[in-house]
Design a protein around this ligand. Sequence first.
Ligand code: GLN
Length: 540
Amino acid sequence: MPKYIFITGGVVSSLGKGITSASIGKLLESKGLKITIQKCDPYINVDPGTMNPFQHGEVYVTDDGAETDLDLGHYERFTSVPLGKENNITTGKIYDSVITKERRGDYLGATVQVVPHITNEIISNIKKVSSGKDIDIVICEIGGTVGDIESLPFLEAIRQFKQYMGRGNAINIHLTLVPYIKAAEEVKTKPTQHSVGKLREIGIQPEILICRTEKPISKKVKQKIALFCNVDEDAVIDTPDVKDIYEIPLLFQEQGLGKIILRLLELRYKEGDLSEWRDKVVKRALHPTKKVVIAVVGKYIELNDAYKSIYESLKHAGVENDAKVEIKKIDSEDIEEKDADSFLKEVDGILVPGGFGSRGIEGKIAAIKFARENNIPFFGICLGMQCAVIEFARNVCKLKKAHSTEFDKSTPFPVISLLEEQKRVKDMGGTMRLGAYQCRLKKATRTYGAYGKEKISERHRHRYEFDTHYKRSMEKDGLVISGTSPDLRLVEVVEIKDHPWFVACQFHPEFKSKPDNCHPLFRDFIKASLIHEKKDKAKK
Ligand code: GLN
């Protein structure tokens, strides 16, 4: 039976529960423990796949094709844990399964209620994440903020589960805010006291408090929090704002968080080693010697979370290339109103990420045309690849009004269109081409050069595909098809030969990049952008 760590958040949202859970995972892995991490989301959607990125941020896709919360991205980036469908549960998923069982008659005439049926279903889903696996510790993050109506069934479920597991087998870590009030020149502990009080009201006493602060908090303040919240003094951990999120596991290690967790879970103490993480990731991220400016041209630019994995992957590529990657976020609709030149002439590389819907499409196509014609390194991802194909069809192959049928159903040249099996799809949830698929690369291409091998596997999330009727004529005009599905039916990567670096892929490489193991396409994109930057400087 594994041991359990339940992580809750209080006072306000956006304190970084996901990064905290991922960092604790990293810390425990460094001690040789086998872990897994799960996220419980209290919303009623079955998964975030149908949610607007403006509301929910990025949808993170796992190898097994689950559309999940973006916190799972943090878990995979910080740790070596492979995640799948079971690692993200939602109220919607729980109710869906309880109602299906009720309709089937599984409850044998019982009145189906939140307690015990919903809570039991939650408990069985928490158990499922480690079943049949060799896991020492399950880290289970409860989304939302303590006090929300919708997270109550999850909190009741973990209360019961902890009671059932018994002392030393499950603990609660609560993440709170300790604000600094400028006028009083003091940090305030009252919101933390209230938040812990709220947890106690429902029967949960946290063993560890992680306090988010602007500045480190004094021993005296920690003593006060410990006294009023009933926790050990050394179990009050503070996480002041850091320059780089990858510093958090180190910060926890310095304060002995791993040691405290092992003590509370009655596990033997093991020294952990994070020196490689410190030297290979954090030090290099904090002290780069070069700099590049990368334009990310999309439509969810105002919300940082919408392209989370893309921004993180660019950072990883910076670490790998000893460069600070400055990201210039450009709303593609703004390009439509002006011209690409005024937004893009100073940048060293252009990336067009994935997306849905026609708003801003022409701006993305204009940005790609600018990159192609001005020899600026370009990286297209999913919709970014589809736009690159449209741009090439229109402006190089002279197929006027070429488009994707997602945006123009009556285009004369549907270079991007739906496969027959997608045309029959009625339900929107979970029906895209999702998860890991094999891809075969063509030798002597930039893509092959990046991966250094022929067979790769990457994650997908899209409905539309390159229409292979146009393959031959586009190749004749200079488009290189550098990656296809093993059966050659689907085009997975395209590039342009006579260009410093122009690569666009139908899959999402950003879901597989890690701070200590950067994705090869991001690595080479930044490498090419650095060369462009150097040339540009030399010209000036
Ligand atoms: N909208 C496009 C499709 O469905 C691209 C999706 C994406 O970029 N993730 O194929």
